[in-house]
Design a protein around this ligand. Structure first.
Ligand SMILES: [Zn+2]
Length: 532
């Protein structure tokens, strides 16, 4: 405890009631408070001492070490992002600039079935940084499966399943907030629903939830939603469809049906919810997006062997062409963009049709499939896939069961051509879907970014502006706030985030990063309260 904190703590013991002079570290004056509950904004001052909000009310008496004049701008709880890949960049950029400048104060990693194991050690190393944002994690089913079965396409034996359950149990004890699955990816794709249910039960018994990057977001999306619901229902735990979208033009509009399935499940008592990023393109590795699961079985050496075999290569090319045609490729190689590439920086930012033309080849789907095989052969690349319909984005976002999550990472500014969601997700919702389109009220949007995700993972002390809650706060200008990152120029910070506090410490002031790193590692229910 700093001397200042110690003194102010001592002062608080002496004070009979709150609001005597000098007893706030920070006070935000004259804010339009959007408190995270979804209730209409109200005008108030918000006072912070230590890491917590201690008073919320009009014209609070008392002095503060630091006064932030909101001048009628909006004060909200810091945004909570349940789906990130922050571990990719947090060690290089512990200030997570791209997230702070969106007003995001808590990041969750370990999604899509992928997490470090053992999780506890990883969380300790993040805590050592320390980061500017709070950081929590899920345990990944794919990681657990790979640790026991490698990348083999088979069911686990009874003993192997027991070992997987032990790994999940251990990760929950070490602080995971639940089990994530990536049934779309290898090796998650090799798992049956029964296997996932067995492991979800273990996470649920420790108080965790299940979050799924579903098996199929294209032609099989309805079955995948049913499977995600079944995992929650049979595994007796809350379940969530993450980054919900409908991939491939043929299925656009189907979100009306997926939302109906979610609603029906909720009506019969299954706790199922959704998160989403507000873009019409997705991003993942080219191989994961465009190879069939059998093409990736066995790991990199097996993939190389397959590509070197003429007959297998032909089969693979046909499968990849099919996916470019009907799924992630949106039927046009121009709709697939390279986001990052380890072996050829010149590819970054270009789409497959452009690359083909530059090489004197026809920009056909078949040529693009061959190009994808060549890229994977040489070490692979990350792609951006423009194959989502705006109508579905809006319908899903408007659902009361949907929260906002970026699926982004912590980029090194200027490096590669990442999906703009890493820089723009939260301000984009406020700018496009609140201010411009009026799809949501400001209060609804903030709720989807704060109390909804907090409640989802049982964070009882974050996600609301209320005395006693942790002082994660964002002050923003609702008339200005917007994203600037685009697919062409992704490295652009958002605008309109005036000030951000994490655990009571200013990390953004006057729109600029302070460099402070007051973030904490958050640990889930299994670590907080040991259960029998
Ligand atoms: Zn995902």
């Amino acid at each position: 405890m700093s001397l200042r904190r110690a003194l102010s703590f001592a002062a608080s013991l002496l004070a009979v009631s709150a609001a005597s002079a000098q007893d706030y570290d920070v006070v935000v004056r004259d804010a339009r408070v959007v408190d995270g509950t979804g209730a209409p904004w109200f005008r108030a001052d918000v006072a912070v001492r230590g890491d917590a909000v201690i008073a919320v009310g009009p014209s609070l008496g008392g002095e503060a070490e630091r006064t932030i004049h909101a001048r009628g701008r909006v004060l909200a709880p810091g945004f909570i992002d349940l789906h990130t890949h922050a571990r990719r960049g947090i060690f290089e950029v512990p200030t997570a600039d791209n997230y702070l400048l969106q007003g995001v104060t808590t990041l969750f990693d370990g999604q899509d079935g992928s997490s470090p194991l053992p999780l506890g050690e990883h969380l300790d190393s993040v805590a050592m940084l320390p980061p500017a944002v709070n950081f929590g994690s899920f345990v990944g089913h794919g990681a657990v499966r790979e640790a026991v079965l490698g990348r083999e396409d088979r069911a686990p034996t009874k003993q192997e399943l027991d070992r997987m359950a032990d790994l999940v149990r251990q990760a929950m004890r070490e602080g995971a907030f639940g089990l994530s699955t990536g049934l779309f990816y290898v090796p998650g794709a090799f798992a049956t629903t029964d296997e996932v249910v067995a492991l979800a039960r273990v996470a649920g018994a420790a108080g965790g939830i299940h979050v799924s990057h579903m098996r199929d977001e294209a032609a099989g999306v309805l079955d995948s939603v049913r499977e995600t619901i079944a995992i929650g229902e049979r595994g007796s735990l809350p379940t969530q469809i993450t980054h919900h979208k409908i991939i491939g033009r043929a299925g656009w509009g189907r979100s009306a049906e997926t939302l109906r399935l979610v609603e029906q499940a909720r009506r019969r008592g299954v706790d199922v919810t959704i998160d989403q990023y507000p873009y019409t393109a997705s991003s993942t590795s080219l191989a994961a997006a465009l190879f069939p699961a059998w093409g990736l079985e066995g790991g990199p050496d097996e993939v190389s062997r397959r590509l070197a075999d003429l007959a297998e290569r032909q089969r693979l090319r046909a499968a990849v062409a099919g996916k470019i045609d009907a799924e992630r490729g949106g039927g046009d190689p121009a709709r697939i963009q390279i986001a990052a590439c380890s072996f050829d920086g010149a590819l970054v930012g270009r789409d497959l049709a452009t690359v083909l033309r530059e090489r004197g080849r026809e920009p056909t789907v078949d040529e693009a499939a061959e190009l994808v095989l060549e890229i994977v052969e040489r070490g692979g690349a990350t792609g951006i896939f423009h194959a989502i319909g705006e109508e579905d984005v809006e319908r899903i976002l408007a659902s009361p069961f949907t929260m906002v999550a970026s699926d982004g990472e912590v980029p090194v500014f200027g490096e590669g051509a990442p999906h703009p969601r890493s820089y723009g997700t939260f301000p984009r919702v406020l700018a496009v879907y609140v201010r411009e389109k009026g799809l949501l009220t400001l209060e609804q949007a903030v709720q989807k970014m704060t109390s909804l995700p907090a409640a989802r993972v049982g964070l009882a002390d974050r996600g609301l502006v209320r005395p006693g809650m942790k002082a994660d706060l964002v002050l923003l200008d609702p008339a200005i706030v917007r994203d600037h990152a685009t697919f062409e120029r992704p490295h652009a910070y958002a605008e309109g985030i005036v000030a951000v506090l994490v655990n009571g410490v200013p990390v953004v002031e006057d729109g600029r990063l302070t460099g402070a790193r007051p973030g904490r590692v958050l640990r889930g229910p299994g670590a907080r309260s040991p259960r029998p």
